[in-house]
Design a protein around this ligand. Structure first.
Ligand code: PMT
Length: 325
């Protein structure tokens, strides 16, 4: 068999797996209303800009881990590690750089502008005065003021759209919807894929409907591979968009090599390599031009210089992409 017919076969098989994933996934709840919100958000932001001259850039930031349900009426699931801190922090910096952000996040994970609030439950920030009126505790006042101010500003300007997911099915259906909706923006759109996405799943049609019974003894279950949708994003959904994926490893010795492989294999514009234990201190940006190590400065978030560098690279991408292609 020639190498070209072999690659055609594997491409064909991959597309079948993608088709199977979407055809058998449970229907996305609120599909119509999400689609409407998305359309309105893109219309509003793709025509607006600070000086009215150029298109505002829109970035889709994915954040948090996807779950893999083991039962259709889900009691148990497999989870992916991610607190959502990277996505939430990066969203704040993209907004600061004038981007409109579609924040695709796992329910219950960190939110933009809420990272400065204390770890204590929100109620700990408030107290009752002698007349039983609620007021913010003095020690938390500055953090709460900043959070409320930034949140309201993003809301009023209509530059932050938050879309939640829980399962791998919801995440990939939403990512596909967003990518196709952003396609017309060409190079002005960016994908910043910080979510921790499941590599294995139980296809809906082979999944038990009811709670799996423990009386049946040890559980023997075969998981199917989730097709890496990065290829679909680059080839079909939004081919001109600027795409950044992440590579997470726990073994530093293989991290950079795996990031370089992912860059080539999925034709990404950049891959951010990070190690689980040091992810808040150091990351390496791997691009076709080389590797740049970024370290956190004292008192700063690592996402600040990271986003700054990516914004620069995105500008170069926009300038280098012929328009109206
Ligand atoms: O949220 P925090 O606690 O702050 O942590 C941040 C982080 C460590 C989760 C983040 O920086 C990070 O590295 N996210 C990506 C984690 C991950 O899933 O890595 P991966 O090597 O398994 O996947 C690489 C890329 O392929 C990811 O961009 C993912 O979006 C994509 N992918 C993965 C699996 C799959 N089936 N399809 C995909 O497209």
């Amino acid at each position: 068999m020639s190498s070209s017919s072999r690659s055609y076969d594997s491409e064909d098989l991959f597309r079948k797996e993608v088709g199977f994933f979407f055809d058998t996934a449970p229907t996305l709840k609120d599909h119509a209303s999400i689609s409407k919100k998305l359309k309105r958000f893109i219309e509003l932001n793709s025509h607006a800009s600070e000086n009215g001259a150029s298109m505002r850039k829109i970035v889709c930031v994915t954040s948090g881990g996807t779950t893999v349900p083991l039962e259709q009426r889900c009691v148990r699931y497999i989870d992916n590690f991610s607190s959502g801190h990277r996505g939430a922090a990066s969203t704040e910096y993209f907004l600061k750089h004038g981007y409109a952000v579609i924040f695709l996040y796992r329910r219950g994970t960190f939110q933009p502008y809420c990272r400065s609030l204390p770890d204590d439950p929100l109620l700990e920030c408030f107290e009752l005065d002698s007349d039983s009126n609620i007021r913010v505790q003095q020690s938390h006042a500055e953090a709460v003021r900043k959070t409320v101010m930034n949140h309201h500003a993003a809301h009023e300007l209509g530059i932050l759209l938050k879309l939640p997911f829980t399962t791998i099915f919801e995440y990939l259906q939403l990512l596909q919807m967003i990518a196709i909706a952003l396609r017309d923006l060409g190079p002005h759109a960016m994908f910043y894929l910080a979510a921790a996405v499941s590599d294995f799943y139980v296809p809906w049609e082979t999944m038990e409907e009811h709670k799996i019974q423990s009386a049946a003894g040890p559980l023997d279950m075969r998981l199917a591979q989730v097709p890496k949708m990065l290829s679909m994003l680059r080839k079909d959904w939004a081919p001109q968009a600027f795409c950044i994926s992440f590579k997470l490893e726990t073994n530093s010795e293989i991290l950079l090599e795996k990031a370089s492989l992912a860059l080539k294999k999925y034709n990404m514009h950049a891959v951010i390599a990070n190690e689980l234990a040091t992810r808040k201190e150091e990351v390496t940006v791997v691009t076709p031009d080389g590797k740049t190590c970024i370290r956190r400065e004292v008192g700063d978030d690592i996402e600040n210089p990271l986003v700054e560098l990516l914004v620069e690279k995105h500008m170069t991408h926009v300038a280098g992409t012929p328009q109206n292609q």
